[in-house]
Structure formats: structure tokens, C-alpha cells
Design a protein around this ligand. Structure first.
Ligand code: UDP
Length: 333
């Protein structure tokens, strides 16, 4: 039985990944400090004998991997998902956010070296910042403010990528990186603060739908299951293939974008949410745009398509309907 570690395993995406790995026959250890994750995300599989949960911080991973801890035993695969990802949460403790990205990935790289394990590190479309290239492909270096309110996340994730690239070059660690574009679905935290969860919660409660700015900024929304498919497909590839593909495409380290290239304005998203909840009494209201908010975002996913034979399959309307159902049920519970 293969053993996998999922850091951030009690989070929105981490919990979906744990569930998939258990289904695929893995023994799974989830590490989470429960800052934005929650035990309720683990409820449907935490009783599995192949699953264990360690409450702790990825920043302390080296100190937690001792003696009888499930972290002390060898892993075949490590997935590093630990980091608050919603602007509201990552900006409320910015120093901690940068530390999580930077020390977290370093600890995961050390663990991968200890075990000769494969590591999948989750990066973000935020490394492109307020992009001047559209759509964003992996060769674009980004347009990022070093001292703005988003910098703790953006620059933390950028340094993490640098650590990964240098561990590949210097120590030959078997790492692959995924730059995740906006992803949504069941198990997002209702108070997460991100646009999809905000709009759905507001529409369900009949509260005002808060559009920041004039709503003309765009995002591309990927349903969580599509992303988990990409993680699994990427991890399955042998190191040689991952490396040669990156080199052929002029990339300094193995990295791919994952996202759904359908691009919507935030206003369109608000209108689609309301169309799916016709009984809602909510109205659209406009609020100030937060600092450094990117104007246009859409992934170029040609590399992921070519390397993984992967394509996102869940259209926004369908994924939103499933997510609405989830939030409706959690509200009732
Ligand atoms: N946004 C909005 N209303 C909200 C929450 C977010 O208009 O209640 C906007 C936000 O300003 C941004 C976009 O929606 O332009 C996506 O925001 P989110 O926080 O989901 O993620 P981001 O892509 O900005 O990291």
C-alpha cells in the first residue's frame, strides 16, 4: 500500500484529495493546523483505517515527524497544499502566510529527500500577479507588487517555487508544481471570503451580493474535482517525463497551470448565481475594489492538456449548482 501525506489535508481541496487517494487505495496522513481547514471536511472518510489525521503546522513539520507519529514513517508521495488561500484569510495574518509558504515547502522538500518521495507542490495563479499577458502561460514571469496587501501570499508562493526549482537543480528532488487558478466547490468555507462562496451564501440568505469594483474584472473558475484529476495524473508521471517535458518547453522547473479557461466577469458570476437561485431576494451592490486586485485572469492550459491528456470537464453553471446544493445542505444541518 502506498503512503501519501497531504499537508492542508483538512482544507477545502486537501480533503477532496485525501478522499480520492483513499479511494485509489492509499494510506493517507493529513496534516493541518485547522486555521482555515476543519474536521468536518474529513467526516465522510475519517473513520477509514487507512486514514490518519495529525493536527499541526507545516511550519513545524520537521519537529512533528518524530517517534510514534505517522509523519515519522516513510511516504511515497507528498502533496503540499497547506496555506490559507482566500485573500481575507491570508491577509489577516500576512506574516504567518509567507512563513507557511516558505518554511512549509522547505519542510516538504526535506521530507521528500528523507524518503526519496515524489512531491507535488501547489502554487498559484497569483505568481502572475496583475498579469500583463493574457491568458497567462507558464513562461510568463508575472507582474507582482512586493509590498502590497497580496504580497504575503504572492511572494511567499513565488519564493516557494524558487526553493522547488533549486532543490530540483541542486539535490535532484522529484518535484512537480501546479499553479492553481480560482477553484471552487463543496467544502469551501462559508465564511471563506472568496467570491464564489460569498455570492452563494449571500444569495441563499437574501443578503446583498457584494461586487467589488464595477465587476468588470475577470476570473476563470475551475471545479474542484477537475483539479484533483490533474493532481493525480501529474503525480503518476515518472520523474524523467516530468523533467524532460519542462526542459522541452523552456521551463526552469516542472510546473503546469491548472484551471478552467472559461473566463467570466465578476458581474456575470453574480448574475449566474442569482439565475440558479431564482427565489433569492438578493440585489447586486457595488463595494470598493480591494488593493492589487488582478483585472483579468485566465489560464493557458495547453501544457497540462499535452502532458496529462487532461481537460477540465465541469462547466461553471453545473459546478455552481453542485456548490449551491452543498451550501444549502450545510445551512440546514
Ligand atoms: N470579489 C467580489 N465580491 C466578493 C468577493 C470577491 O467582487 O464578495 C471579487 C474580488 O475583488 C476579485 C474576484 O472577486 O476581483 C475574485 O476574488 P477571490 O477573493 O475569490 O479570489 P482572487 O482571485 O482575487 O484571489
Amino acid at each position: 500500500m502506498k503512503r501519501a501525506l497531504v499537508t492542508g489535508g483538512a482544507g477545502f481541496l486537501g480533503s477532496h484529495l485525501c478522499e480520492r487517494l483513499l479511494r485509489d487505495g492509499y494510506e493517507v496522513v493529513a496534516l493541518d493546523n485547522l486555521y482555515t481547514g476543519s474536521r468536518s471536511n474529513l467526516a465522510s472518510f475519517s473513520g477509514s483505517p487507512a486514514f490518519s489525521f495529525v493536527e499541526g503546522d507545516v511550519i513545524e513539520l520537521d519537529r512533528l515527524a518524530f517517534g510514534g507519529s505517522p509523519l515519522a514513517e516513510r511516504f511515497d508521495e507528498i502533496y503540499n497544499l497547506a496555506c490559507p488561500a482566500s485573500p481575507v484569510h491570508y491577509q489577516s495574518r500576512p506574516v504567518f502566510t509567507t512563513k507557511t509558504s516558505v518554511f512549509g515547502v522547505l519542510n516538504c522538500l526535506s521530507l521528500a529527500m528523507r524518503d526519496g518521495a515524489k512531491l507535488l507542490h501547489t502554487s498559484t495563479s497569483e505568481v502572475y500577479g496583475d498579469a500583463l499577458v493574457h491568458p497567462q502561460n507558464e513562461l510568463y514571469w508575472g507582474n507582482v507588487n512586493t509590498i502590497g496587501v497580496r504580497s504575503c501570499y504572492d511572494e511567499g508562493k513565488r519564493v516557494a517555487e524558487t526553493f522547488v526549482a533549486d532543490h530540483v537543480r541542486e539535490f535532484d528532488v522529484d518535484v512537480r508544481m501546479v499553479r492553481i487558478f480560482n477553484t471552487y466547490g463543496p467544502r469551501m468555507h462559508p465564511q471563506d471570503g472568496r467570491v464564489v462562496s460569498n455570492f452563494i451564501m449571500q444569495a441563499l440568505r437574501g443578503d446583498d451580493i457584494t461586487i467589488y469594483g464595477d465587476g468588470s474584472q475577470t476570473r476563470s473558475f475551475q471545479y474542484c474535482d477537475d483539479l484533483i484529476d490533474a493532481f493525480r495524473a501529474y503525480m503518476e508521471l515518472p520523474k524523467e517525463r516530468v523533467r524532460s517535458f519542462a526542459a522541452e518547453h523552456g521551463l526552469g522547473a516542472p510546473v503546469i497551470n491548472t484551471g478552467n479557461p472559461g473566463e467570466y466577469t465578476i458581474r456575470e458570476l453574480a448574475e449566474m448565481t442569482l439565475a440558479l437561485l431564482p427565489e433569492s431576494k438578493s440585489r447586486l451592490v457595488f463595494r470598493p475594489l480591494p488593493g492589487d486586485d488582478p483585472k483579468r485572469r485566465r489560464p493557458d492550459i495547453a501544457l497540462a492538456r499535452e502532458l496529462l491528456g487532461w481537460n477540465p470537464s465541469v462547466p461553471l453553471r453545473e459546478g455552481l449548482a453542485k456548490t449551491i446544493e452543498y451550501f444549502r445542505n450545510t445551512q440546514k444541518a
